[in-house]
Every structure is written in structure tokens, then in C-alpha cells.
Ligand binder design. Sequence first.
Ligand code: HEC
Length: 223
Amino acid sequence: MFKSTMLKLSYLRRAFLACAVLFGSMTQAEPMTGLGKPITDAELVNWDISVFFDGEGLPDGSGTLEQGEAIWGTKCAMCHGDFGEGVRGYPKMMGADLEEFQETAINNGFNVENRGLNNMWAHAPTLYDMIRRAMPYFLPQSLSADESYAITGYTLYLAEIIEDDVELIDADFLRNLEMPAANLFYTDTRPDVQNTRCMTDCFEGELDVTGKLVQGDFSGGNE
Ligand code: HEC
């Protein structure tokens, strides 16, 4: 017992010395170069999956509502409900109608219960992006491009945005689909701050201190 503790101590001491030497030499060494390697196109594929609101980035492929229904049953319904009604606190697919949604929002009554694909999603390609990227919740990015088309179509059907007679969901279909909430969103072009940038001699005259942001003495007696 005693012996092994001694051994351990001497080992630790040597390890410490080795670190000190290493650290000392590292601080003086030239900057390291030659680390890493350029990422290949093949490696980038799994990361480069963004689809933009206008459909840019939508992959080739397509799916049907029947295929979507089958995926829904096995991978989505346990959280979002058989009919997209939302179970166990997970979001529903069809939220309140636009009028009710707007009215409650204006009266400060926004809540998750109201939210749905019919009132919070302005562009179908964004929905595709989100589902392919993040769903099913327990296994994100496991859906193929075709499966993502099929299941995006099925969620649109559950939210009563499209009818069950749609034959094929593909990039063109999503790009051209008019979403009910399309006009609820706009780009806010107001600047955050309206001012001219100034870095030196920005104020002339005497400063008039009218108040303090923080009350109390935080100087620690070293004023
Ligand atoms: C383990 C539970 C779970 C499963 C399974 C699941 N989801 Fe979700 N889903 C969530 C949660 C949680 C959110 C909310 C995420 C957030 O707001 O950040 C969500 C959000 C969504 C939304 C956005 C709803 C909205 O109004 O914003 C869609 C669409 C969606 N999921 C589709 C699917 C599809 C399609 C599947 C099956 C492929 C699926 N989900 C499987 C938990 C789940």
C-alpha cells in the first residue's frame, strides 16, 4: 500500500515535470502548421442541406401522400398524434385559423396551442428543410430526400393546406404552393439604430450627467 503510494507520487511528479517541459517548449515553438485538411465535396454533402424559403437548395426527388402516411404512422404519430392533433404536449399540425390566430396574437394571447403549419409557416420549402433537418425528433436527418418530400406533403395534408388528391410532392410543387400564412410575414427593414458612426471627438462641450445606471458603491474602497 505504502509502496504503491510512493510509486504513484513519483510517477505524478515525473508526469508534472514532463508537462512543465512540454508547456515551456510549446510557448516558444513556432506556430503549428499543416494541421487538418481541406474538406472534400463528399464530406460536405451531409452538412450542406439548407433549403431556402424560395426553394433554393431543394434536392431532386419526390414522394406521395401514401408514402407519407406510412412514415407518419411509424415515425411521427407517437408525438404529433395520429391525425396531427399533437399529443403529450408536442405541437399539432393544424393550428387555429388565421383570423383567430391573429386576433389572439394581437391581444397578447399567443400560445403553442394556437400554432400550426397553417398559421406559422409562410413557405413550404422551409417546412421541408425543417422536417429533413430535425425530424423525427429522436433521429434527426435520418429521412431521405424522397421520404422528406412524402412526409412534408402529408403534414401539409394534415394541416388541411392541400387535398388528398395531390399525386406527387416534389421541388416544384413545394416552391409553387401558396401557404395560408404567406402574408402574415414581412421583412422588417427598419434599422436597429439610426445614427452616424463616430469614433473620435464625438461630443463637444460639458457633459451634463443627469442620472446613474447603477446605484451603490462598487469601487471596493479603491476609488
Ligand atoms: C419524440 C417526439 C417527436 C417525434 C417522433 C416527431 N416530432 Fe416533430 N416535433 C417535436 C417537437 C418537440 C417539436 C417542436 C420543436 C421546436 O419547436 O423546436 C416538433 C415540431 C415539428 C414540426 C413543426 C410544428 C410547428 O408548428 O412549428 C413539424 C412540421 C414536425 N415536428 C414534423 C414531424 C414529422 C414529419 C415527424 C416524423 C418524421 C416528427 N415531427 C416526429 C417532436 C417530435
